[in-house]
Design a protein around this ligand. Structure first.
Ligand SMILES: [Zn+2]
Length: 956
């Protein structure tokens, strides 16, 4: 699953920097630049909670949608937990030696470990007959659940939250149906058979119930409440444990059953669910009923229901229907978005060696859904997955589509037995999306994807192991351990086994366990069966312990012995990891010497005889080990690596290293590499490095880069030019991009952001025209608003504030509220009373129901304004008490507390201090000028104090 739902669930995200769409953790706010395409707001919140627990502050701009559906690197702040634990251990040792009378501190409570759920009965089939009313947001249903007792039982308990139950009937041992006693406590329904039921006895329960606008699991939308652009639509989101909000089930991943769904809706709507469409027929005046049947077993969280007005485009793949369900006015984006679907089905089926298992494959694009969810045979996607030809220049949805499709095997055909093993779903999907990229786009893209995933895996995997039981909610398991680190475990397995054996393992694992639940040991045993080796150490290092090796490699040349001495040291505090490490040394004669050693100790040294001094050292050239790597070698070797390393990752690492020494020779080397490199991602990293280095050489190289044919390179060069404020050539070049536009929307957006950062006077003049420019999803208007928010000019408020109103699109409103928040927080000390009131009113107007992101941004903005927002305290308290969304309630509670305590954040304080300093120096400058004028005019001293308090200054 990969989701960034605006209103709801799942995703793992996260660049929480709402403004720069791709900060990748670089916003410097301590935010967890986690994967965007993949975390529910709830999970984002849980990630934030984890960060807070570790002492990291929230990114105040959390968490707007980052745009690209693609799952990208997770850069979480470093957690010091292991060291803390170590210190606690020392403290405990000291306490043992304390004299009697000094009591030891109380032992910490034992961790609450989670295991797979108990299954007293085996569920065979769930049949749902539902009347779905989109206007009333109501489902009236009957669920018939067929089971067999696995031991003697007298009752069965289903997860069912907030159900109104009408009747419960059932049968035991094939007898006739009869009414049964039941208890419904609002969380579960327990059905009593009225007699002991022996193991092996078939039983059936039939529950007639209704649910109305469920809090979770089933999400209704309507133009009435969600704005004029919203359609009538409902979609479900079951993972991890939310389908219990709309049908009764054993809602745990260790139960597989066949399912069937008959939904009756208004005839203007279509219904999508799992499996095969058995039939579609009129069901009374104005009604139609759709009958879907999934006759291969799957887990309850994969059951899906989507109802709405969709256009369906269908093609055929190996005799099975492949469908694209899209909003009726987006049919022309089906080909640009989904053009690779059947090739992906070929790729996965052929490489796994187990053909796509389900009766059809549908992908449905839903309103306000973020990311994707791999519901069996019917993947749910957000509308943002759709791309036209222009937006495809900046990003495609292919990695998201490949991720969800891979889940149709890893997650759906084989499902993790309990949430401790969720990496068997998400790690596989993440790695297989990369494998698709390798197949479709080539080895450079694959290498770069893994490089980014490594960053997430390293930063997010420090505290807990991948297989981890001490979690509070299943959602906490969907973090970078499951996704990028899981992907890296598979990648390391592949590198150790070689491609041929790796694919044999995958085939054996899938063939053996299809339609079963799996745990990590099942994968290990498959590897062991096929290789005869012991793989316990591998799985211990990478799935059962946290962290990763931190490796220092040092190269010394021994002229006497004509040998290179390579020292490999693991510097992490914990015990050594075991891994094979490859080192490649090249010499001036062009010869490459490759050495591979098993690293099992904290420090090892290799002596490699060579014909002469090495000219290139490549450590782990095939990206086979997840590690933090630091190399100690000569500058000439780094420069050679920047030019000659065949791997883009080697060149990126070289660029980063070269940039650490700011001299013109290095600037020139990077400038040459920017022009010469053939891969956009390396060029992007070089551009970033040049921006930080500054200087004429860097500026000229970046300006030349604005003409590069690849839009991502142009964008990166624009971004790096932010580091040249007030530079005339830079200002002119960026202004030209703004004026002429660019084939790529994101290049234009980046130009607006950069121009605003250049500290010139005409930002408003240059950027405002973008507010009138039409673009997909109002991307340009949003970028312009975000850029304007950086300008210290009272006039921009009149451009931003009106655009928070209901007459604007949701995207514009969201951008305007974000910009207003940023502007108001920065300039709060210079806003006059009436302006403050207008800002507060505009933010408070966005506390309306239904649009969660807007509410969240407004709530957080009010909180950041501190005491200034006191007039809206009551409204915030109301939101904290009654908002339908728990995350918004929590945020409102925090905001209200902040206003009450009026403690501005460190960041605000430093911003304000900066503003005050600027004002002070301007004031002093004015005074000097005034004194000069007065001296010339022969007048007395100026009547104004240089330390006039800022409170006396009003908006210019
Ligand atoms: Zn996933």
């Amino acid at each position: 699953m990969t989701q960034t739902s605006a209103r709801t669930r799942r995703t793992m995200v996260l660049c929480f920097d709402g403004e720069s769409r791709d900060c990748g953790g670089a916003c410097g706010k301590g935010c967890a630049g986690m994967d965007q395409g993949r975390a529910s707001p709830r999970r984002q919140v849980s990630v934030l909670a984890i960060l807070a627990a570790r002492g990291y502050h929230h990114c105040p701009r959390f968490p707007a949608y980052r745009g690209s559906p693609s799952y990208r690197s997770v850069r979480m702040p470093v957690c010091g937990r292991p060291r803390v634990a170590c210190r606690l251990g020392l403290a405990a040792a000291v306490l043992v030696a304390l004299p009697p009378g000094l009591a030891a501190p109380p032992a910490p409570p034992p961790p609450d470990l989670k295991f797979a759920a108990d299954r007293p009965l085996d569920v065979q089939h769930i049949k749902l007959e539902l009347a779905v009313d989109l206007e009333k947001k109501r489902v009236d249903g009957t669920a018939t659940i067929t089971m067999t007792a696995l031991r003697t039982v007298e009752s069965v308990t289903f997860d069912a939250v907030d159900f109104v139950t009408q009747t419960v009937a059932g049968s035991v041992g094939g007898g006739g149906p009869r009414e049964l006693a039941y208890a419904n406590d609002g969380r579960q329904i327990e059905v009593f058979f009225g007699q002991p039921v022996a193991a092996g006895t078939p039983v059936e329960a039939r529950i007639t119930y209704s649910v109305e606008d469920p809090k979770d699991g089933l999400h209704f939308f309507s133009p009435k409440e969600d704005g004029p652009e919203a359609p009538y639509q409902v979609w479900s989101q079951g993972e991890s444990i939310e389908n219990r909000y709309w049908f009764p089930c054993f809602d745990h991943p260790n139960e597989m059953q066949t399912t069937e769904l008959i939904a009756t809706v208004d005839e203007k709507y279509k219904v999508l669910s799992n499996g095969k469409l058995v039939g579609q027929k009129a069901a009374g005046p104005g009604k139609v009923s759709y009958h879907w049947r999934q006759d291969q077993p799957h887990v309850a969280y994969l059951v899906t229901l989507v109802v709405g007005d969709f256009a369906i485009v269908e093609e055929n793949w190996r005799g099975k229907p492949v469908q694209y369900w899209v909003p009726p006015d987006r049919v022309d984006e089906v080909q640009t978005t989904f053009g690779n679907t059947t090739r992906m089905l070929d790729f996965f089926s052929d490489h796994i060696g187990v053909e796509y298992a389900w009766d059809k494959y549908a992908q449905v694009c839903c309103y306000q859904y973020g990311g994707g969810m791999e519901n069996t045979s019917a993947t749910t996607l957000g509308e943002r997955a759709l791309h036209d030809a222009r937006s495809k220049l900046d990003a495609t949805a292919d990695d998201l589509l490949a991720h969800e499709m891979a889940h149709q095997w890893f997650g759906d055909l084989l499902t993790c037995r309990d949430w401790a093993h969720i990496w068997l779903n998400e790690g596989f999907a993440s790695y297989f999306e990369a494998l698709w990229g390798e197949f479709d786009l080539g080895p450079d893209e694959f290498a770069y994807d893994l490089w980014q995933k490594a960053s997430g895996a390293i930063n997010g995997g420090k505290q807990f192991p991948i297989v981890h039981r001490a979690y509070t909610s299943p959602d906490q398991q969907f973090d970078s351990r499951a996704y990028p680190k899981g992907a890296w475990v598979l990648h390391m397995l592949r590198r150790r086994l070689g491609d041929e054996t790796f694919w044999k393992v995958i085939n054996r694992y899938v063939s053996t366990h299809r339609h079963q639940t799996v745990e990590t040991a099942d994968l290990r045993k498959t590897v062991e069966e096929l290789t005869g080796g012991s793989w316990e150490r591998f799985f211990y290092d990478w799935t059962e312990r946290p962290g990763h090796p931190v490796v220092k490699v040092r190269l010394d040349w021994r002229e006497d012995e004509k040998a290179a001495e390579v020292t490999v040291e693991q510097t992490q505090e914990v015990e050594a990891f075991h891994f094979p490490l490859t080192v490649e040394l090249r010499t001036a004669d062009g010869k490459a010497t490759v050495v591979r050693r098993d690293v099992t100790d904290k420090k090892q040294t290799l002596l490699v005889p060579l014909s002469g001094r090495p000219t290139l050292l490549r450590v782990d050239p095939e990206q086979s080990v997840l590690m933090e790597l630091e190399e100690s070698k000569g500058q000439d070797l780094w420069l050679a690596q920047l030019k000659d390393d065949p791997s883009p990752v080697g060149r990126i690492r070289a660029a980063q290293q070269v940039a650490k020494n700011p001299n013109d020779a290095n600037r020139r080397a990077l400038a040459e590499a920017l022009a010469a490199d053939k891969f956009w991602a390396v060029q992007n990293e070089i551009a970033e490095a040049l921006g930080k280095l500054g200087g004429d050489i860097a500026r000229e190289a970046l300006l030349a880069g604005l003409k590069h044919e690849h839009p991502k390179v142009r964008r990166a060069c624009l971004g790096a030019l932010k580091n040249f404020p007030k530079d005339e050539a830079v200002c002119a070049a960026v202004a030209a991009v703004l004026e002429k536009g660019d084939a790529s929307l994101r290049v234009e957006s980046a130009a607006a952001q950069t121009y605003a950062a250049l500290e010139v006077d005409d930002v408003v003049v240059r950027v405002t025209p973008l507010l009138e420019r039409e673009s997909r999803r109002d991307e340009l208007r949003s970028a312009a608003l975000s850029a304007l928010a950086q300008v210290d000019d009272a006039a921009v408020l009149e451009l931003i504030l009106p655009r928070t109103g209901r007459e604007h699109s949701l995207d514009v409103r969201q951008a305007a509220v974000g910009a207003l928040r940023k502007y108001a927080v920065r300039r709060q000390l210079v806003l006059d009373g009436p302006t403050q009131q207008r800002v507060l009113d505009a933010l408070a107007a966005c506390l309306e129901p239904r649009m969660r992101r807007l509410r969240m941004t407004a709530v957080e903005g009010l909180g950041e304004l501190g005491r200034l927002a006191a007039p809206k305290l009551e409204e915030l308290r109301r939101v904290a008490a009654a908002d339908p969304d728990g995350r918004v309630r929590e945020a409102a509670k925090r905001a209200a507390e902040r206003i009450e305590q009026d403690r501005p954040s460190q960041e605000q304080i430093s911003d304000l201090r900066k503003q005050l300093d600027e004002m002070k120096s301007k004031n002093e400058e004015l005074l000097r000028r005034l004194e000069k004028l007065e001296a010339r005019a022969g007048a007395g001293p100026a009547p104004v104090s240089a330390s006039q308090p800022a409170g006396a200054v009003h908006s210019p």
